[in-house]
Design a protein around this ligand. Structure first.
Ligand SMILES: [Fe+2]
Ligand SMILES: [Fe+2]
Length: 264
């Protein structure tokens, strides 16, 4: 069911952001007091927005509670960050995050699946189809979650461009490449779930999944080239990674918009 997949993916990306901050990869100053608020993330807004249609179910209450606990755990690890986070604090945070995913699964399994007739063309979608897109718009798929993941991914790739002469082995460059790699992994997982749910023909699905594998291999190659002195600066890594990702979005992801109607 697509909206549960979206809820899951929103949660995973938020949890990954917290991990980025904890690891020091993301420099954003996330305020622990704000993170305590369970409406600060997309999943929270889904729970109290479209997700409310399941409010009569016990699993909805479980999700709501697990989600509040997760935000407290996230806030606690951010708070503890200055003093140094212990393994048990990190374990509690990850367990709270997993509990949210488990309650989403439980709610999804009792809520029943919606058939893929979500492909109905809405007036807004027709207008979008008829509209001649700008270059940036032409990279959009029309699924908010996937489009935001793409721009997040491209934002991290651009960070390499912001430090063009930095040695590829420097910590800041290695951190950016690590962030790109973790985001790519999560994003590919999201897209592959979507492709399964919309019933993409198996050969198209296999081709797309193989292309994701090649992108991950390419990142590993960039790291290998860095170690072997073939690729020395952030600018070289930036060019290599960005070209491949943009080509992939245009060649493989944008055509998905023909198959998917955004359920949000
Ligand atoms: Fe893709
Ligand atoms: Fe993608």
């Amino acid at each position: 069911m697509i909206d549960f997949d979206i809820a899951r993916a929103w949660h995973k990306i938020f949890a990954l952001h917290i991990e980025f901050v904890i690891d020091g990869i993301e420099k954003t100053n996330l305020n622990p007091q704000l993170v305590c608020d369970d409406m600060v993330c997309h999943l929270g807004r889904w729970i109290f927005g479209p997700g409310e249609r399941y409010a009569h179910r016990a699993e909805y209450a479980d999700l709501l509670e697990a989600h509040i606990r997760f935000h407290y755990a996230a806030s606690a690890v951010l708070e503890a960050r200055q003093a140094g986070i212990t393994e048990s604090q990190l374990d509690s945070f990850r367990a709270a995050s997993d509990a949210v995913l488990a309650t989403i699964d439980a709610l999804a399994s009792t809520a029943g699946a919606r058939p893929p007739s979500a492909r109905r063309e809405t007036a807004a979608r027709k207008q979008k189809r008829d509209h001649k897109p700008s270059r940036q718009e032409s990279m959009q798929i029309g699924i908010k979650l996937i489009d935001e993941q793409h721009s997040e991914l491209l934002k991290w790739i651009e960070k390499l461009n912001g430090q063009p002469t930095a040695e590829i082995t420097s910590k800041s460059v290695a951190d950016s490449i690590s962030a790109v790699q973790r985001l790519e992994t999560l994003h590919f997982e999201t897209e592959e779930i979507f492709m399964q749910r919309i019933g993409l023909p198996p050969e198209q699905m296999a081709e797309h999944v193989a292309a994701h594998g090649r992108l991950l291999d390419q990142l590993a190659q960039v790291e290998l080239d860095a170690r072997n002195g073939i690729c020395n600066t952030a600018a070289e890594a930036h060019r290599a990674i960005k070209d491949q990702v943009l080509c992939h979005i245009v060649q493989y992801d944008v055509p998905l918009s023909r198959h998917i109607a955004d359920p949000q």
